[in-house]
Design a protein around this ligand. Structure first.
Ligand code: ASP
Length: 323
């Protein structure tokens, strides 16, 4: 008999609609406690409420606490399903993917419409996630996100629509599997996956998005805030307006690591352009480039790496070679 545990953290999947006002609220009892579905096999499903938070209130410290809870449950259970608000679901999924060293299925799911809204995807996504957690093919796939009949890798998935139930997409590579009425079908697999143990989250890492006309001002303000690291969502293949360069040089001179991703969600960054502010200049200055991550996910990776006292050379390897 397989044993699955559902860990609730809050979000719309844990909420109900007030039929008079239309507002979505948390409830004292979880609305999805009894699952009316025959999984076709004898299973035991337990539940645990870790938090009852809307996901904009979730911090990296909550993610760490959740990782520790999951680690404990993994001793006893064959699979874990985490319910989570969709706004920051991809960040929690990626954090767990970075720190959980397990082959067992760990699935995150959420809902775009609460349980008593018309067309709710809450119960459906929960049932789909349990089905994936029960699948022997879900082993060794890293942390997965299951929504709307699709299975996504934590590293690639992102929320693309504020309201559509097909919101979770992996723009670069697509989902790694699908869910049908009869089966769970995986059609891709991650080539590599590296995990990093972490005991605390205590560093300050900021995230800036580049834009046409950006200058040094925001970088100077961040410098005053004593950052431990900075992520920049740069332009195109990894370029910045030239007016940002003096402030970036000062941050690097103070040994503040800067990791650059692209604000485009497809393609790669690299030292392609040699003009002032271009990727070549940034790379020569010591800016670290990384691919396949959004800014928020790169930020979580830097938080974890800094906690493990990674120096510049190690950071370069972690961000440029390890995925
Ligand atoms: N704002 C909600 C949250 O992230 C949205 C959701 O759960 O879908 O908690």
């Amino acid at each position: 008999m397989k044993k699955i545990i559902i860990i609730h953290t809050g979000g719309t999947i844990s909420m109900l609609e007030n039929k008079d006002t239309g507002e979505i609220h948390t409830t004292s009892d979880h609305p999805l406690s009894n699952i009316p579905y025959d999984f076709g096999t004898t299973i035991m499903v337990d539940e645990h409420i870790a938090f009852s938070l809307p996901s904009p209130h979730i911090t990296p410290s909550h993610m760490l606490s959740l990782a520790k809870t999951i680690d404990n449950f993994l001793v006893e259970y064959d699979g874990i399903v985490v319910t989570h608000g969709t706004d920051t679901l991809e960040e929690t999924a990626y954090f767990l993917d970075l720190v959980l060293d397990t082959e067992k299925p760990v699935i995150l799911t959420g809902a775009m419409r609460s349980s008593n809204e018309i067309g709710s995807d809450a119960l459906y996504n929960l049932i789909s996630s349990i089905r994936v957690a029960l699948s022997s093919d879900a082993y060794s796939k890293g942390v997965l996100v299951v929504m709307n009949d699709e299975i996504h890798s934590a590293i690639n998935v992102t929320k693309t629509s504020t309201s559509n139930i097909a919101t979770f997409q992996s723009p670069q590579y697509g989902p790694i599997g699908i869910i049908t009425k009869e089966s769970i079908i995986f059609h891709h697999q991650l080539v590599t996956r590296t995990t990093y143990p972490v005991e605390n989250i205590s560093k300050r890492v900021f995230l800036l998005k580049a834009y046409a006309g950006m200058d040094s001002k925001l970088f100077e303000l961040i410098h005053v805030g004593n950052p431990d690291g900075l992520i920049i969502e740069g332009l195109g293949q990894g370029n910045l307006p030239k007016e940002t360069i003096p402030a970036i040089q000062k941050l690097l001179k103070d040994n503040i690591p800067i990791v650059l991703v692209s604000r485009s969600f497809r393609g790669t960054v690299g030292p392609t352009y040699a003009y002032e502010g271009g990727g070549k200049q940034l790379k020569d200055m010591g800016v670290i480039f990384t691919n396949g991550l959004t800014g928020p996910k790169a930020r979580l990776k830097l938080l974890i790496a800094l906690e493990n006292n990674a120096d510049y050379m190690i950071l370069r390897d972690i961000f440029e070679k390890e995925f």
